[in-house]
Each structure stands twice: as C-alpha cells, then as structure tokens.
Design a protein around this ligand. Sequence first.
Ligand code: PLP
Length: 263
Amino acid sequence: MSSSSHPVSPLAPEDIERFGTDPEASFRANLAVVEERIARACERAGRDRASIRLLPITKTVPAHILRLAYAAGVRPFGENKIQEAMGKRDALQDLPIDWSIVGHLQTNKAKYLARFAREFHALDSTKLAELLDKRLEIEDRVLDVYIQVNTSDEDTKYGLHPDALLPFIETLAQYRRLRPRGLMTLALLNADMEKVRPCFALLRRLRDEAVKRNPSLTELSMGMSGDFEEAIEEGSNVVRVGQAIFGKRPTPDGHYWPGLLKA
Ligand SMILES: *Cc1c(COP(=O)(O)O)cnc(C)c1O
C-alpha cells in the first residue's frame, strides 16, 4: 500500500471490492497496459504516438479514489455528467486537474460547464453553442469543443446527423468563446469490429470535409475501452478510455447511451 506517501481516507469494503486493495498500483499497471496497446496500434497504423491523446474517463469513480488515480499518473479527467463532475471538482480542488465533459449536456446546465470545463466533447446543437458562448463570456473563459456526430445510424437522440454537420459548422463561427477543435462520436457498442469501424471511417471522412470549412477542426475524438485500437487505426486523435483503466463500471452502458445497445 502507498497510503503513507499519499494519505487518504481508508478504503471502504465497497472500494476494495471494486478497485482492489491497492487502487493506485492497479491504475498504474492498467495505464501501462493501455499505453502499450496504444503504442502497438500506432505501429500497425504507421502513426506517431504524439498525435494521439489519452483522455481517461472517470465517471462513477468516487473522488477519494480519483486521488489515488491522480497519484498513479492518470490525467486529465473526463466525466459524462455535469453534476457528478462538479461534485468531484469541489472535492479535489487542491489538485491541478483539467476537466473534460464528454457526455450530452442539457441546455440548463450550460452555466455550470462554462465555469470550469476545459473541453466539451458533445456539442450537438446551436442552442447549446449559444448558451455556452454567453456563459463563457460572463466567466471570461474559453472552451475547446468537439462536435458530436451520430455515425451509427441508430436512434440515440445525441449527436448531429452527418448531413447537418456542415451547416452547423457555419453557425459556430459567430461564437467567440468556443474553440472548435474537431469531431466526436460514439461508435456502435458491438463486439463485431466490422460494424464498429465504419462509424470511425465515416467520422474521419466528415472531418476531412469539416476542416475545409474551419481549419481548426482537425481532431477526431473516437474510441473507448472496447474499440480504441481500431479507432487509432482509423485515425483517432483522442481516445476516451474508462474501464480499461478503472475496471468494470457497475452502471450499465444503456444508462449513458440510450439506443446504442440495440445493434
Ligand atoms: C464512459 C464514456 C467513455 C469511456 O467508456 P469506457 O467503456 O469506460 O472506456 C467514452 N466516451 C464517453 C462519451 C463516455 O461516456
């Protein structure tokens, strides 16, 4: 145990059940495995590791466990739900953590996100863009944004239809506090990679069109624990990885992505 170098409250039985007796050591080991898998995927694809950013996704991991993750070198932190992110940010204010929000945001929550998030990976409406821009102005902050596109042809509710992307990009130019960085997608949640890869390939083609309209839209945020190697082979620049670092989540995926599981 490393509790002498990183004093934390003692682990509760449910923490030990989920994260083991030494979460810091296991996060460190998991991170090394993920790094190795990223390196291999880069080799296969002939890509430079430096062109890919690992965004660890910390949702459902409690704040006191995130302290151990931080000590293990896990950073920055990506969260799916704004309330959960705010609670953890309050609890971890003493640590210099950059927060990303990667999940759908209700418009009435824009003000909270504008206060502290560095990046937002689920921009999918003009109304949200407008509200975020307004709130960022008040906070005197800027926000990196990724436009979420629905590439799976499923009725997931979230993400722009591919046909709506180019018109949406034109409207973004007026929001001075938003920094468009790229596109984001959730592929089909399917073990059959022949069904998953076309989602990534579509996002890449859309990016190639998008970047002609706005030269800052260079990045592809795609790939999660189950498919980040395929995503890297298809051109991903940001892989959003949770369970491969933190272990299996107790909440079912359908809780976060209604619709994507039908496939
Ligand atoms: C939870 C989440 C991830 C990470 O999923 P894992 O299966 O834990 O790797 C990636 N992207 C988004 C939007 C998420 O909500």
